[in-house]
Design a protein around this ligand. Structure first.
Ligand code: PEP
Length: 253
């Protein structure tokens, strides 16, 4: 059985005090939840990673980073390597979040390189895939998701792919308050699982965790999680409010 996985992407929010407060509130709020049922991660800005790692230490709440560079070290001003993320206690890393693809301009190939080096560096990547509104309206959702998936996982063996979580995040639902319906989410999640079975094998596809992300709130989390192929939630805005995020975790557990 697949374990639920809820991650909170704090994006470019919080400060040194509020990041620690939020992390501690998530730890306190989720303390009673069975860890064998749900994995919880918080994903703060880079600069607050060490403080947040310390704030959640020995709680079972994991920490992730919002991005990574594909070189181990050197003259890459402003970039952060997988080794650095590992060194400060990160477990997860987002790769190809839609804000990095569409605001910063990351290519599919760059995202694929990041996924590969993240795994090589001992991190667990969360590969974000998802279509723009005009792509959905043009009937291209599956085409875009398939491209993101194939380029994102390019060159990886089945053994390595097992380390990856897929996050289906329709871009039109991110930060807009417009959530995909549970049926829309399920359709794409089932498509992703079918594609993974074709690319690798049915057993691996059955085991892989596919999160939904896009305006998840405490009051829609349960219905989304009730879908057969929705295994977890990647939460942006609502993860900045500890109480709401904890209610989402409870819904997923
Ligand atoms: C996200 O940042 O991945 C996200 C899904 O954001 P929001 O929940 O705010 O739509």
């Amino acid at each position: 059985m697949r374990k639920s996985f809820v991650a909170g992407n704090w994006k470019m929010n919080t400060d040194s005090r509020s990041s620690v407060e939020l992390a501690k509130a998530v730890v306190a709020g989720s303390a009673g939840l069975a860890r064998e049922k749900v994995t919880v991660a918080v994903i703060p800005p880079f600069v607050y990673l060490p403080a947040v790692v310390q704030a959640v230490s020995s709680s079972g709440v994991a920490v992730g980073a919002q991005d990574v560079y594909f070189e181990p070290k050197g003259a890459f001003t402003g970039e952060i390597s997988p080794g650095m993320l590992k060194d400060v206690g990160c477990t997860y890393v987002l790769c190809g979040h839609s804000e990095r693809r569409h605001v910063i301009g990351e290519s599919d190939e760059l995202v694929g390189k990041k996924v590969t080096v993240a795994i090589g560096g001992g991190l667990l990547p969360i590969l974000c895939v998802g279509e723009l509104l005009e792509e959905r309206d043009a009937g291209k959702t599956e085409q875009v998701v398939a491209r993101h998936l194939k380029t994102g996982l390019a060159g990886l063996s089945a053994e390595k792919v097992a380390a990856v979580t897929i996050a289906y995040e329709p871009v039109w639902a991110i930060g807009t308050g417009r959530t995909a319906t549970p049926q829309q989410a399920q359709e794409v999640h089932a498509f992703i699982r079918k594609l993974l079975a074709q690319m690798y094998d049915a057993n691996l596809a059955r085991e892989m965790c596919i999160q939904y992300g896009g305006s998840v709130k405490a009051d829609n989390a349960k219905e989304l999680m009730a879908q057969e192929d929705v295994d977890g939630l990647l939460v942006g805005g609502a993860s900045l409010k500890a109480e709401e995020f904890v209610r989402i975790i409870q819904a997923a557990a």
